[in-house]
Design a protein around this ligand. Structure first.
Ligand code: PEP
Ligand code: CO
Length: 460
């Protein structure tokens, strides 16, 4: 039934603006609609940020993830910000992702698909429309693309002009990421240079050094055999790096839809991959309506409240042709919940023969408020959720396809635990996130080694 209904809907009755006739949750109430229209028109004239061919290539990689032949690493800020926009931040997140991917590729003998929550991850869904501090109530912060974090009446008014700044920042970020990926920074010969100073002298830094020595030996061996310069395969000299964000702010996303000149199909050219968040996953609502018509590979967050029937309906709506690579399910159940909540969903998807990649977001089900009042996550819970995720897939005979993380290359103190043993009272030292607490570089690398061990075990 659900399948027939979805088929009838797909492609037909879809236009880049068909979401406008649906109920839309989590969108800002802009006071000046004429300004919104003006801004959309400007963005519609701008060059696309990504090329459709790149999104198709990513989709092919994600098909491998769905088949258990590759592993997906998605990571970056919860919310990018205008204030913390600089080359060092971009480079540091990029290099931790490179380090993590080396740890996993080496340990797990599996290719890693790298995707940054970067160059467009600005809009935030919120649980409450209003926020109260010291008796003053104002509209919630919804991400720098919408309003400002500053707690004043003026700052919290949504402004469409912010979409232009987000577009420009995304373009500049993407430009640098492409340069890093293809221009020599990601060359495996530089592997020992990716280490971040503040992660030195830890157990995982030592483990990373060992790997980098072995890889360097292998490269030296290749060179001694005469494979040098341009003969060195491209995969050694450069990497592929993709971008993703939540498809939340539909006026912006719609304004970046382009028709691919090669296939005539629609792509949302704001990023290679976009996902549907846990608060806007209603099959009949605007966000789902929007993404079902674009050809980008898609993500769908799967919270513990989602029933198997609802998930199946969404899968038929978002991936009616059942092509591997089209849809990645990002489970965010919370530590201790995975067996109970995820296993029935995995089983049902398998029984229905749906081709999806399963990825674990161990962040969003593990948020808590520390005694100090800071929103935090315990590293041990993050590790547990990832372990439980691997256990469920092992038991069900399906593939643990990847992880989706909120992390940064900076030395922040936002999540407690990890090898440095960040405590509740340390959170205030370097708590910089604009939204949810992120893993710092050392915690992220520690997690990557745990994943590498689990991937290795799966190979046996
Ligand atoms: C997020 O990824 O930042 C987010 C808000 O996640 P979720 O929709 O799963 O709560
Ligand atoms: Co978040």
């Amino acid at each position: 039934m659900a399948q027939e209904a979805a088929k009838a809907q797909t492609a037909q009755n879809w236009t880049p603006d068909s979401w406008r006739s649906k109920e839309a949750l989590q969108l800002p109430n802009y006071p000046d609609q004429a300004k919104v229209k003006e801004t959309e028109d400007i963005i519609r004239q701008m060059p696309p940020l990504v090329f459709a061919g790149e999104a198709r290539r990513l989709k092919a990689h994600l098909a491998k993830v769905a088949n258990g032949e590759a592993f997906l690493l998605q990571g970056g800020d919860c919310a990018e910000s205008f204030a913390e926009f600089n080359a060092v931040k971009i480079r540091d997140t990029f290099r931790v992702l490179l380090q993590m991917s080396v740890a996993m590729t080496y340990g797990g003998s599996i290719p890693v698909v790298k995707m940054g929550r970067m160059a467009g991850q600005f809009a935030k869904p919120r649980s409450a429309d209003m926020e109260t501090i010291d008796g003053v109530t104002l509209p919630s912060y919804r991400g720098d693309i919408i309003n400002s974090l500053e707690f004043t009446e003026e700052a919290r008014i949504p402004s469409p002009k912010r979409m232009l700044r987000a577009y420009n920042q995304s373009a500049a970020t993407l430009n640098l990421l492409r340069a890093f990926a293809k221009g020599g920074y990601a060359d495996l010969h530089k592997i020992s240079k990716w280490t971040l100073e503040f992660t030195e002298n830890t157990a995982q830094a030592k483990r990373y050094d060992e790997i980098s020595e072995r890889i360097t030996d292998a490269l030296n061996f290749m060179e001694a055999c005469g494979i040098t310069g341009d003969q060195m395969p491209e995969v050694i000299r450069e990497t592929e790096f993709y971008t993703c964000h939540e498809a939340l702010l539909l006026p912006y996303e719609e304004a970046l839809v382009r028709t691919d000149s090669i296939t005539g199909e629609y792509y949302d050219c704001s990023a290679h991959f976009v996902w549907i968040g846990a608060r806007t996953n209603q099959a009949q609502n605007a966000q789902v309506e929007f993404v079902r018509g674009i050809k980008n590979p898609l993500g769908l967050k799967v919270p513990p409240t989602m029933s198997p029937d609802d998930l199946i309906e969404l899968i038929y709506t978002l991936s009616p042709e059942n092509e591997a690579g089209r849809l990645t399910l990002i489970a965010r159940m919370g530590a201790g919940n995975v067996e109970e909540k995820l296993a029935p969903l995995v089983r049902r998807v398998k029984d229905e023969g749906r081709k999806v990649a399963w990825v674990c977001d161990p962040m969003h089900g593990n948020v808590e408020t520390a005694e100090s009042g800071y929103k935090t996550r315990r590293f041990e819970n993050i590790l547990s959720e990832v372990n439980e995720f691997f256990d469920v897939h092992k038991a069900e005979g399906t593939h643990a396809g990847g992880v989706h993380l909120e992390m940064t290359g900076q030395d922040v103190t936002e999540c407690t635990g990890g090898l440095y043993g960040i405590k509740d009272e340390d959170l205030s030292n370097r708590y910089h996130t604009h939204c949810d607490p992120r893993l710092n570089a050392s915690q992220a690398l520690e997690l990557a080694f745990l994943i590498a061990d689990r991937l290795k075990e799966n190979k046996k």
